[in-house]
Design a protein around this ligand. Structure first.
Ligand code: ATR
Length: 281
């Protein structure tokens, strides 16, 4: 599986990532590797963006076909899209713009979607059917919100736990699920545990959001943290006999879903996985 070197010429389709900052993003490497592997005349570039309203106008004027959207613009960009995907609307955040259509070169309609939840579901569904599964979701930030609505889409039942009760209860209320304080998660029975908190992320790699003695009851444990790739939570979950899903999987599959929305082609996920793994190492 070798990435081919192709020439980006004047007919190339342009894609990119809108955020501030974007220099740390792994998306350019992932998408350019996919384009190159499939021999597509497409290029994906970083687009550090301070003024989002002007930025979206610029994308349309300059003929971009699609972009990823990252921090701090995922919520604000909702107001600049022409057509909002219903799940992205419920989440209140967009991480993908598709601009125009393949059939009509003059079309500049901006479609807003969210593939964060699609990526998380796809990473989990490799190991367990989410429909009818019970999921303990840790956290109440933007990631928990996206993954929570996505889990509901898949037909899972959720219990949400968070350190700050007010914030957790509010998100649980909008998801229509039960809330549990983070220090009482030992009482929860579930098939799947998903950590969306930043606990365990570099540099605090010795931290974990849930005690090891509670882990044996979950079949699958997923951590969206990818620095480090094997968090303390995942190490302890593997030792407790759980199937573990690391943060690279969600990153990979949310990108694969973007690629498929933009190009209408299957994403070369193994190529994308390899370049992500090399970068994260
Ligand atoms: P994101 O948008 O990426 O989800 P966020 O909005 O900053 O990020 O949310 C971070 C999540 O990690 C929150 O659920 C936060 O809990 P609080 O709502 O109590 O702040 C959780 N979190 C961060 N540090 C934590 C810690 N040391 N212990 C427990 N939870 C923590």
């Amino acid at each position: 599986m070798t990435a081919e070197r192709i020439t980006i010429d004047g007919a190339a389709e342009t894609y990119g990532i809108v955020g501030n900052p974007v220099h740390h993003s792994l998306s350019p490497v992932m998408h350019n590797a996919a384009f190159a592997f499939l021999g597509m005349n497409c290029v994906y570039i970083p687009l550090p963006t301070r003024d989002l309203a002007q930025g979206v106008q610029g994308l349309k004027a300059l003929g971009f076909r699609g972009v990823s959207v990252t921090i701090p613009h995922k919520e604000e960009i909702v107001r600049y899209v022409d057509v909002l995907d219903p799940v992205a609307g419920r989440i209140g955040a967009v991480n993908t713009l598709v601009i125009g259509s393949r059939e009509d070169a003059a079309d500049r309609t901006v479609y807003g979607c969210n593939t964060d939840w699609v990526g998380a579901n796809r990473a989990l569904e490799e190991h367990i059917a989410l429909a009818g599964s019970r999921v303990l979701l840790l956290g109440a930030g933007g990631s928990a919100r996206a993954l929570g609505y996505g889990l509901l889409e898949a037909g899972a039942e959720i219990v949400l736990a968070n350190r700050t009760a007010d914030r957790g209860e509010e998100l649980a209320g909008s998801l229509g699920c039960d809330f549990c304080p983070l220090d009482e998660v030992g009482n929860i029975e579930a098939d799947v545990l998903v950590n969306t908190t930043s606990v365990g992320m570099t540099p605090a790699v010795d931290k974990t959001p849930i005690e090891q003695r509670f882990l044996h009851k979950f079949s699958v444990v997923m951590d969206i943290v990818y620095a480090p790739l094997t968090t303390r939570l995942l190490r302890e979950a593997a030792a407790a006999g759980c199937t573990v899903v690391d943060g690279l999987s969600m990153l990979l599959y949310q990108g694969a879903a973007q690629f498929e929305l933009w190009t209408g082609r299957d994403a070369p996920v193994e190529v994308m996985r390899r370049v992500l793994r090399e970068r994260i190492k």
